[in-house]
Design a protein around this ligand. Structure first.
Ligand code: GLC
Length: 439
């Protein structure tokens, strides 16, 4: 006999599984928003120019990179050998606290500059070019001028909007007396992923077509795409907002309740990216607990927003122990005593939310292809990186199956999703090297 808990879970599963038709419709709206963004007639996709050229594959030499777009950042020196290889020679990782996320920008840039200064050392007088991967929305005016737009992923630096992040970095370096670094290029992480894959592919075969899309599925999600004559554009696809007819009640509540980013902003990201998936699951759990006995004893421990980390979903999915005893331990660590039935229900919820994320990502990719190659006549390379894509068991397979559902296996075979690990840092280095050759 079906218990009320089973019936509720089944209803949740249905609501969290948009039909293929609904995803097709979403991908069409995505294409329409691309057209609006490119025409400059508003809409939720900004289609920001990037001023980055596709690498030729023979770029070489030593450059610096800086990767900042979240809690952790990296500064380093990398060497490109002109044959598709790029290697980190020295690097440093730095970390920000929750307070830093609301500080004045100078505070954050001082931390970044300190790391850059330590890596750069004092042994050289010539200025090394630095590629800065700034993984937040920015309106570029040149390859080395990026005007910050509102931050995402829970960040809100005081009065950052409208300021040039390259100048903020250069000023912070000057405050420390660093004279051997020239911030010569700035790019989004999606652009870095795309450029890295093109560099690698063309390093092996000069005449290979470049990568078409850079996709990040991590704390946030976003795409950059090569729009032919219009150049590589940063879509800021996390802000795509024609998703409300795919919402379940907790998506609407999350959009309304999260202060940063504001309601109505980053709606696609709020359904698909790592910063939010754990929170969606936490909300589903609390909602079920209010309507049936399952999860009832969990509510005190899971009472605070963002109190359940998305990384837990990967660990739970990977748990092969009998009775999900590793999950039991993990839950105990956050103050939750659980039954086997509850652990299984939690795993089901996690799978549903992550599978939905992957299918949404597939539909958004298709939306971009509807613009750049509507019939999917050619094959395409998509450079993908990010903690959710790389960390959740077989997230790749979920996206792939999403694409197969949408376009059929034959055309899905023409879309090559290539995981490019560490693409933000390495891609920033490639972009610095490309910029040097073009000046
Ligand atoms: C957020 C940022 C975007 C970035 C993405 C992935 O969506 O706004 O710029 O590319 O996260 O890090």
């Amino acid at each position: 006999m079906t218990t009320p808990a089973d019936a509720l879970l089944a209803a949740t599963a249905t609501a969290l599984t948009p039909s293929t038709g609904a995803l097709q419709a979403m991908s069409e709206r995505f294409r329409d928003e691309i057209a609006r963004g490119l025409a400059g007639s508003g809409g939720s996709l900004k289609m920001l120019p990037t001023f980055v050229r596709q690498p030729r594959g023979d770029e070489r030499g030593q450059v610096m990179f800086l990767d900042w777009g979240g809690t952790y950042g990296r500064a380093g020196i990398a060497a490109l050998s002109g044959d598709g290889r790029v290697q980190v020679e020295r690097e440093e990782v730095f970390e920000f606290s929750d307070e830093d996320k609301m500080a004045p920008p100078e505070h954050v840039f001082d931390t970044i500059a300190a790391a850059v200064a330590r890596v750069a050392g004092r042994d050289r007088v010539t200025r090394r070019p630095l590629g800065f991967a700034y993984s937040f929305p920015a309106r570029l005016e040149r390859i080395d001028r990026a005007i910050a737009l509102s931050l995402t992923k829970g960040w809100r630096l005081q009065a950052l909007d409208g300021r040039d992040v390259v100048e903020l970095l250069a000023d912070a370096l000057a405050r420390r007396g660093v004279r051997n670094v020239a911030v010569s290029a700035v790019a989004n992480d999606t652009v870095a992923a795309l450029a890295l894959l093109t560099y690698r592919v063309r390093g092996r075969d000069r005449h290979a077509p470049p990568a078409d899309i850079g996709l990040i599925v991590g704390t946030g999600t976003n795409q950059a795409a090569d729009m032919g004559g219009l150049g590589i554009r940063n879509l800021e696809s996390g802000n795509f907002d024609a998703v409300t007819d795919l919402w379940v009640p907790c998506d609407a509540a999350l959009d309304r309740d999260v202060g940063e980013p504001a309601p109505g902003v980053q709606r696609f990201e709020k359904m698909a990216a790592g910063h939010y998936l754990g929170e969606i699951v936490r909300r589903l759990v609390t909602d079920l607990a209010s309507r049936c006995p399952v999860f009832r004893s969990w509510t005190a421990a899971l009472g605070s927003p963002f109190g359940f980390d998305t990384a837990n979903l990967s660990r739970i999915e990977a748990d092969r122990s009998p009775g999900l005893s590793e999950t039991e331990r993990l839950l105990r660590g956050i103050g939750v005593e659980s039954s086997t039935e509850e652990r299984q229900a939690l795993r089901t919820l996690g799978r549903l939310v992550v599978t939905r994320s992957a299918r949404l990502i597939a539909a958004a990719l298709l939306g971009t292809f509807r613009h750049i190659d509507p019939g999917l006549a050619s094959s395409h390379r998509i450079a993908v990186d990010g903690s959710l894509y790389g960390g959740y068991p077989d997230y790749h397979g979920l996206v792939r199956r999403g694409l197969e559902d949408l376009v059929g296996p034959e055309r899905a075979d023409r879309l090559h999703l290539e995981f490019v690990k560490e693409s933000t840092a390495l891609g920033a280095a490639v972009i610095a090297a490309v910029a040097r050759q073009n000046t």
